[in-house]
Write a protein that binds this ligand. Structure first.
Ligand code: G3H
Ligand code: 13P
Ligand code: ZN
Length: 311
């Protein structure tokens, strides 16, 4: 089975009231853990690659690993560029075999965002590749760029119809209070998302797929393991699972998860090395780390996104 775009996946997800998971990949063990879970759960899957991941692993290595996963699992997989920050990286990924790209013009003015996004859409659509745009700005850390809460902004629902019709994007990421990284809400406060914005966006764009970034729950069982075995992540807190389930039943068709995978992998490695101080073969600690990724992804698909059995 060749790579697919997310078009059909999103249509089915919208109609079925569930979301497809988009998981960030950086190396072989992460790709294997995620794709093993998707095969086990018979779930549609988006693997996404950030600019940082492309720099770390190189485009060609990630491409070949994903091709191996396709052959190994026979699953429909969409390969997506996460947070493309300009035309050139989007073009490189379209030309280099990706089936979906995100152009993140959220830091620009509305008009500049439209112009850049449209340029990418025109190029990508010509080659059969789909495009995700973004309106509104999430707080948090991505590729070492730290967007403070003060510089973040909710999506203005009054802008979405014009943005979608003038750019021709296939899906739209919106900001409703999630953020990137492991520190999303202040400890002691009640996590809140602006479901009113999501509802209004859904009303204005009927049938159109919405994307939620910064959607890790920052699973506390893994934070506890990290902290027990020498890590320091006090106050790490994410988006409650029931909120993600609610968003999945609304217009949200794609949910981005990276931090939970990082956390599960790091917790596993820390615990393994602490419990086996004599081990020095990477396979000894990367095997349980890969298993931890598979377990987290399977949990998300089955209990949070609702996409198990939908491939
Ligand atoms: O949204 C950001 C993702 O978590 C990717 O992070 O840019 O550090 O690879 P990265
Ligand atoms: P998290 O940091 O919440 O996992 O978000 C990942 C993301 O949005 C990738 O684009
Ligand atoms: Zn993101």
């Amino acid at each position: 089975m060749p790579l697919v775009t997310s078009k059909e996946m999103f249509q089915k997800a919208y109609e079925g009231g569930y979301a497809v998971g988009a998981f960030n990949v950086n190396n072989m063990e992460i790709i294997q853990g995620i794709t093993e879970a998707a095969a086990q759960e018979k779930a549609p899957l988006i693997l996404q690659v950030s600019a940082g991941a492309r720099k770390y692993a190189k485009h060609v290595y990630l491409m070949k690993l994903v091709e191996a996963a396709l052959e190994d699992t026979g699953l429909p997989i969409c390969l997506h560029l996460d947070h493309g920050d300009g035309f050139e990286i989007c073009k490189a990924c379209v030309d280099g075999g990706f089936t979906s790209v995100m152009i993140d013009g959220s830091k620009y003015s509305f008009e500049e965002n439209i112009a850049l996004t449209k340029q990418v859409v025109d190029y990508a659509h010509d080659k059969g590749v789909v495009v995700e745009g973004e309106l509104g700005r999430l707080a948090g850390v991505e590729d070492d760029v730290n967007v403070s809460a003060a510089d973040s902004s909710y999506t203005d629902p009054a802008q979405v119809e014009e943005f979608v019709s003038r750019t021709g994007v296939d899906s739209l990421a919106i900001a409703i209070g999630t953020s990137h990284g492991a520190y999303k809400f202040k400890p002691g406060t009640k996590p809140q998302l602006r479901f009113d914005i999501l509802e209004e966006v859904g009303r204005r764009l009927p049938g159109f797929p919405i994307v939620l970034h910064g959607a890790s729950s920052v699973m506390q069982e893994y934070v506890a393991i990290v902290n027990e075995f020498g890590g320091q992540m006090p106050g790490a807190i994410g988006v409650p699972e029931d909120m993600l389930r609610k968003a999945s039943s609304m217009a949200v068709c794609k949910i981005n998860i990276d931090s939970d995978l990082r956390l599960a992998m790091t917790a596993s490695v820390r615990r393994h090395l602490a419990q086996h101080p004599d081990h020095f073969d990477p396979r000894q600690y990367l095997t349980p780390a890969r298993d931890a990724i598979r377990e987290v992804v399977a949990h998300k698909m089955r209990h949070v996104l609702g996409c198990s059995g939908k491939a």
